[in-house]
Design a protein around this ligand. Structure first.
Ligand SMILES: CC(C)[C@H](C(=O)O)[C@@H](O)C(=O)O
Ligand code: SF4
Length: 468
């Protein structure tokens, strides 16, 4: 029977199947960070267990790390404790850790792909919802909870509930200045933050195939914001070229053999999806959010929507509440919304291509008066590469702050936070109330829009800069 890619990868990993029970899957790669692992390691300790496959487990410090003055002790006691606990756990259980200051340290979902740990056809898990990022390689990648982290540490397997499949087909070609971030914001605005619930989404179509690996990661990263279990993209030459030569990628004949297998993972002709969504890339333009969930977005050319225009009473109530929190008036053109902070970074848009795209726009220009721009590379490796390419200097000369790697203002577990009432344009993936700091207001945008917004001080696209 014709099968989807997700079904194929799943089947290859079933180690136990029994009537009325979830399948037990083998896990190829387990990524670990300091926030969701402490109780899991403690559970092992209490049960006198070891980590079953330390060689398939990799840890990094990301959420709590400061992005400046790395040599100073972490000031916040909770953050410091989480980082210290991870260090002790990794040392006690023999798990390799990339600590602050290490060239491979960074946001867990940037580190895995960059090292070639993430490969097509794998099962990848992490105690983190944005594990969906790794699906960009044609891996089945799930965010898991802390008790599941413990299960995987102890057994390298995980019982998994069955899933449904959804195809999101993006036909056509993106216009210049429109990016992967705009695709995924448009998808979520279309299907809603619950639209993907229970599904593994496969993104396909001409516009998806044309995306670079890093852009594909941006798309898959936000699958979880549509409520999906995971997101995937079929591996192709773009994928193979990206993986080849990375430190953990198979080498020589092993690589060739792997590619042969990876090619077989594509969804079969005639395979049926439980749901299908179609979008036209030609019709997309830069997208921005106006509300407090990632589905509350509109094209930048549009205005803040009127809650009264929603027929569904709960959507109307949610819009009213969001506008009150965001301090926005219905009918205000999105382009007139002023920000005081721009955040370029996160596992959604903190990779080298994102920094290049933003630097190209900001080069030779200045961050607007009264605007603070934070540029936070997704990993120290990304920072190094950006410096080699002169991008760090471009940001600094424009007046932006060029920081060290970490999650940073994506969720403000470190000192990089919005103050109450402050408003940001942010390349991250969540605009929930208080996400970037208590009382802070977040507009999700692409790196291109972030850069143009930093220059103009109001939500802007690169085309708005031509006149400057
Ligand atoms: C802290 C962590 C559990 C959380 C997640 O699961 O996504 C964080 O990474 C986030 O983006 O909100
Ligand atoms: S960068 Fe943001 S979304 Fe990604 S793992 Fe860190 S906090 Fe979560």
């Amino acid at each position: 029977m014709a099968r989807t890619m997700a079904e194929k990868v799943w089947e290859e990993h079933v180690v136990r199947r029994a009537e009325g029970e979830p399948d037990l899957l083998y896990i190829d790669l387990h990524l670990v960070h300091e926030v969701t692992s402490p109780q899991a390691f403690e559970g092992l300790r209490l049960a006198g267990r070891s980590v079953r496959r330390p060689d398939l487990t990799i840890a990094t410090e990301d959420h709590n790390v400061p992005t400046m003055d790395l040599l100073a002790p972490i000031a916040d006691p909770v953050s410091r404790k989480q980082v210290e606990t991870l260090r002790k756990n990794c040392s006690d259980f023999g798990v390799h850790l990339y600590p602050m200051g290490d060239i491979e340290q960074g946001v867990v979902h940037v580190v895995g792909p960059q090292l070639g740990l993430t490969q097509p056809g794998m099962t990848v898990v992490c105690g983190d919802s944005h594990t969906s990022t790794h699906g960009a390689f044609g891996a089945l990648a799930f965010g898991i909870g802390t008790s599941q982290v413990e299960h995987v540490l102890a057994t390298q397997t995980l019982p998994m509930q069955p899933f449904k499949t959804m195809a999101v087909t993006v036909n056509g070609r993106l216009k210049p200045g429109v990016s992967a971030k705009d695709i995924i914001l448009a998808v979520i605005a279309k299907i809603g933050t619950g639209g993907g619930q229970g599904y593994v989404i496969e993104y396909r179509g001409e516009a998806i195939e044309a995306l670079s690996m890093e852009a594909r990661m941006t798309v898959c990263n936000m699958s979880i914001e549509a409520g999906a279990r995971a997101g995937m993209i079929a591996p192709d030459q773009t994928t193979f070229d990206y993986v080849q030569g990375r430190p953990h990628a198979p080498q020589g004949a092993d690589f060739d053999a792997a590619v042969e297998h990876w090619k077989s993972l594509r969804t079969d002709e005639g395979a049926e999806f439980d749901a299908e969504v179609v979008l036209d890339a030609d019709e997309l333009s830069p997208f921005v959010t106006w509300g407090t969930n990632p589905g509350q977005g509109v094209p930048l050319d549009a205005s803040v929507p009127d809650p009264a225009s929603y027929e569904d009473p709960s959507a109307r109530a949610a819009a009213e509440k969001a506008l009150a929190y965001m301090d926005l008036k219905a009918g205000t053109p999105m382009r007139e919304v002023e920000v005081d902070t721009v955040f370029l970074g996160s596992c959604t848009n903190g990779r080298i291509e994102d920094l290049r795209a933003a630097a190209e726009i900001i080069r030779g220009r200045k961050v607007a008066d009264g605007v603070r721009m934070l540029v936070v590379p997704g990993s120290m490796r990304v920072k190094e590469q950006a410096n080699e390419e002169g991008l760090g200097r471009v940001f600094e000369e424009a007046g932006a702050e060029w920081r060290e790697a970490g999650c940073s203002m994506c969720l403000g577990m470190n000192p990089d936070q919005l103050k109450p009432g402050e408003r940001s344009a942010s390349t991250s993936n969540r605009n929930f109330e208080g996400r970037q700091g208590r009382g802070g207001r977040t507009h999700l945008v692409s790196p291109q829009v972030a850069a143009a917004t930093a220059v103009r001080g109001t939500l802007s696209s690169p085309s708005d800069l031509a006149a400057l």
